[in-house]
Design a protein around this ligand. Structure first.
Ligand code: TXA
Ligand code: MG
Length: 316
C-alpha cells in the first residue's frame, strides 16, 4: 500500500517532472497514452517491474511493452531492421507496438520480457506520455492500468477506481483518444500480427508490401502450453523441492541452503525480479533444476504459474 494514498498529478511541467522523479525512484505512475492509461515503471528496475504485476494482481508474468520517447531510444534496446524502420516511419509516434530481438547490451529487466529474447517497444503519440518519457529518459514498462481481468482504463477515474492506494501516482490528462490498445506486430521472424489494435491491419500490410501472418486469435501469447513463445529451460525442473537430489542445482527461496537464491529473506517482489535471470543462469549449468517451495500469495501466484510452465513436460 502507498502510505499517503495515490497522488494525482496534473499534465503540466511540474506534474511531468514529478512523474519522472517517481519513476526514477522505482515507483509506479499511471499515465495517459493515446490508446489507454498505462501503469508505468522503470523497465530496467526489476523490483519496479515486479511491483507492476503486484499492483495489477496479475496471476502470471505476461511480457510487457517498453515505452520510449523516440525511434533512436528504441534502437538502444532492440535490433533494428528495414521493416521496423518502415513501420516506425509510418506509424510512430502512435498506437503500434513492434516486437524485435533484444540487443546484447539492452539492460532491460528480464521480467519485462518474461525471459524471452525479444522486446515489445512503442513510441506513444500522446504529448503527455512523450513528455514523461523524455523527462525520464529511459524505457518505461507499462501494461494497461487496470487490475488483472478488468477493462482497460481510458480515464484517470477508471485508474483510480481500480488501483487507488496501490500505486504512487496517477497523471490525469483527461480521456484517451483511441481507447483501444496498440496493434502489436512481431518482426523477430516473419512479420506477424500478434494483437489487432489502434492501427488497422491493411495500413500495416500496405507499408510492408506483404501480408502479415496471424497468431491464433484470443490473447494466445499468455495461454499455458504456448511454450514456444515463452522461455522454458532445457533442463528438467522439479518444484516444491526441499533439497537438491543427485546432480540437481537448487534454486532457493528464503533461508535455505542452495546454489542460487531468489530471495534469501523470502521477499516475493525480490524473487519475481530475479526469477527469469535465475532460470537462465541455472539452465546454463546444464544440470537439472530443483526449486524450493514458494508461497502462492501475492506475486507468488505468478511466480508459481511461471515455474509450473517451466516444469511442464514438453515435446522433443
Ligand atoms: O496500447 C497499449 O499497447 C497499452 C498502452 C498502455 O501502451 N499497453 C498494453 O499493454 O496494452 P499490455 O501489457 O496490456 O499488453 C501487452 C501485450 C501482451 O499481450 C503481451 O503478451 C504482448 O504485448 N507482448 C509484450 N512483449 C512481447 C514479446 N516480446 N513478444 C510477444 N508479445 C509480447
Ligand atoms: Mg491490458
Amino acid at each position: 500500500m502507498i502510505p499517503n494514498g495515490t497522488l494525482e498529478l496534473s499534465a503540466d511541467p511540474t506534474g511531468i517532472a514529478q512523474a519522472a522523479d517517481l519513476l526514477r525512484q522505482g515507483l509506479l505512475v499511471a499515465f495517459p497514452t493515446e490508446t489507454v492509461y498505462g501503469l508505468g515503471g522503470d523497465a530496467c528496475n526489476g523490483e519496479a517491474v515486479a511491483n507492476i504485476y503486484a499492483a495489477k494482481g496479475r496471476p502470471s508474468f505476461n511480457p510487457l511493452i517498453a515505452h520510449v520517447a523516440s525511434v533512436e531510444a528504441a534502437q538502444r534496446f532492440v535490433r533494428w531492421s528495414d521493416q521496423a524502420e518502415a513501420l516506425a516511419h509510418a506509424f510512430w509516434p502512435g498506437p503500434l507496438t513492434l516486437v524485435l530481438h533484444l540487443r546484447a547490451d539492452h539492460g532491460v529487466s528480464s521480467l519485462v520480457t518474461a525471459g524471452l529474447d525479444t522486446l515489445a517497444v512503442r513510441v506513444p503519440a500522446h504529448p503527455t506520455a512523450r513528455a514523461i518519457l523524455t523527462a525520464f529518459d529511459g524505457p518505461v514498462a507499462a501494461p494497461s492500468a487496470n487490475p488483472s481481468g478488468q477493462i482497460s482504463p481510458t480515464t484517470a477515474d477508471h485508474v483510480r477506481a481500480g488501483l487507488d492506494g496501490r500505486i504512487a501516482a496517477i497523471l490525469n490528462d483527461g480521456p484517451c483518444g483511441v481507447g483501444l490498445e496498440s496493434t502489436i506486430v512481431g518482426l523477430a521472424g516473419e512479420p506477424t500480427l500478434l494483437r489487432p489494435g489502434g492501427v488497422a491491419l491493411d495500413q500495416i500490410e500496405h507499408v510492408l508490401g506483404t501480408e502479415l501472418h496471424h497468431h491464433q486469435p484470443g490473447g494466445i501469447l499468455t495461454a499455458p502450453g504456448q511454450l514456444q513463445s515463452h522461455y522454458a529451460p532445457d533442463s528438467p525442473v522439479r518444484l516444491e523441492a526441499d533439497q537438491a537430489q543427485g546432480d540437481e542445482v537448487l534454486l532457493g527461496f528464503g533461508a535455505v541452503d542452495c546454489d542460487l537464491n531468489l530471495s534469501p529473506t523470502g521477499n516475493l517482489t525480490e524473487a519475481a525480479a530475479n526469477l527469469f535471470a535465475a532460470l537462465h543462469k541455472l539452465n546454463d549449468t546444464g544440470r537439472p533444476i530443483a526449486v524450493s517451495p514458494i508461497p502462492s500469495v501475492g506475486l507468488g501466484v505468478a511466480i508459481n504459474d511461471r515455474l509450473r510452465r517451466a516444469a511442464a513436460p514438453r515435446d522433443s
